[in-house]
Design a protein around this ligand. Structure first.
Ligand code: ACO
Length: 323
């Protein structure tokens, strides 16, 4: 059989670090409040790099690491909720900058589930097609969408990008063991950013709206739907949740991750956390975490890893892969 194998990971993080104390100088908040409610201690914010700049840098690192030529790529998907523009797709800008002339490129919008959704989409596309070499990147400059007068959301988000190379390889056992995804469009108002409105003919171009979130509702959603999604993906994989070695959850809130671990009856050491250093980077959060673990040598060949995202839509998605 043939299946997509993870062959490389990379990340690009903007240099500027903004601590909770920095934020408490420009709004009514405190390090203690942010840390105790979310686990966030600092975030990186982009000063000059846009979403495609971060993604292009990730793409270059991935190619350098793998030794692949840009021309050998068949498909580039960028998961983002903060693209450079409505059009072109950020992925098209990445394709052009890399010189990946043979790759089809498009963006995928599923907020913080975007990276996992993108992996599922390319996995389905690769089956029975000529697609062999695929780049999936999660890239976000969420600071473009932050309302700095709204302390309820401004303290949560950060900027960054990371991605993976996937290659179709012959194998006796699959690398993609199981997956699950679900969308709850009845809850669109619980989390949104970049809302636009129709404008009268002849009027100026309407500006877009910053983040708006019902934090409590999203918290409740995540702590219920993520365990359900992981359990469903494990069932599809034909394994028990106990057999999963690492749970890489979207880094939105350390309390959510602890609650999910508790509901799944799994030890916290299976749930790596880096939200303290990055904040919530939406579609970039899981590949950043994955890359950190790969570079640190903490993931071993043959281990089973669940990646699970949740966020705007509302959306949730899980993939279970064998390294
Ligand atoms: N600093 C100080 N006080 C604050 C801050 C702040 N930054 N933000 C809110 N408060 C205050 C509120 O005004 C409120 O005060 P009041 O009681 O006097 O009215 C109090 O703190 C409690 O506010 P809540 O919003 O009820 O706080 P909560 O305990 O729910 O924590 C949080 C908020 C951290 C956002 C939590 O609800 C959460 O993490 N939710 C999940 C968010 C999430 O996971 N998002 C992921 C998806 S993101 C995506 O898809 C892009």
């Amino acid at each position: 059989m043939e299946d997509l194998k993870l062959v490389a990971t990379a990340r690009e993080i903007p240099a500027k670090v903004v601590t909770n104390d920095d934020l408490s100088r420009i709004m009514e908040t405190s390090d203690e409040w942010i840390k105790s409610r979310t686990g966030i201690e600092q975030r990186h914010l982009s000063e000059t790099q846009n979403t495609s700049d971060l993604a292009i840098s990730v793409g270059r690192k991935l190619l350098a690491q793998s030794g692949w030529s840009a021309a050998s790529l068949d498909l580039i998907v960028v998961a983002t909720m903060s693209p450079d523009a409505y059009t072109p797709a950020t992925a098209a800008t990445v394709q052009g900058a890399l010189g990946a002339t043979n790759a089809v490129a498009f963006d995928l919008s599923a907020a913080c589930s975007g990276f996992v959704y993108a992996w599922q989409v390319v996995n389905a596309m690769a089956k029975g097609s000529q697609l062999k070499r695929i780049m999936v990147i999660g890239s976000e400059v969420l600071s473009k969408l932050i309302d700095w007068t709204d302390r309820r959301t401004a303290v949560l988000f950060g900027d960054g990008a990371a991605g993976v190379l996937l290659e179709k390889q012959s194998t006796t056992a699959p690398f993609m063991l199981g997956q699950h995804w679900a969308t709850f469009g009845g809850a669109v108002e619980q989390l949104n950013a970049g809302l636009t409105a129709p404008q009268p003919m002849g009027g100026p171009v309407t500006s877009i709206k910053p983040f708006a979130m019902d934090g409590r509702a999203v918290y409740k959603f995540a702590t219920h739907e993520v365990p359900t999604s992981i359990t469903a993906a494990a069932m599809e994989a034909g394994i028990t949740v106990d057999q999963i070695d690492h749970f890489l959850l979207h880094q939105a809130n350390a309390r959510i991750i602890k609650q999910v671990a508790k509901r799944l009856d799994q030890p916290m050491d299976k749930f790596p956390i880096n939200i303290n250093r990055y904040g919530n980077t939406s579609a970039a959060s899981e590949p950043i975490l994955l890359d950190e673990l790969v570079q640190a040598g903490e993931l071993q060949p043959g281990e089973i890893v669940a990646l699970s995202g949740f966020g705007g839509g509302l959306t949730v998605g899980t993939i279970i892969i064998k390294l």
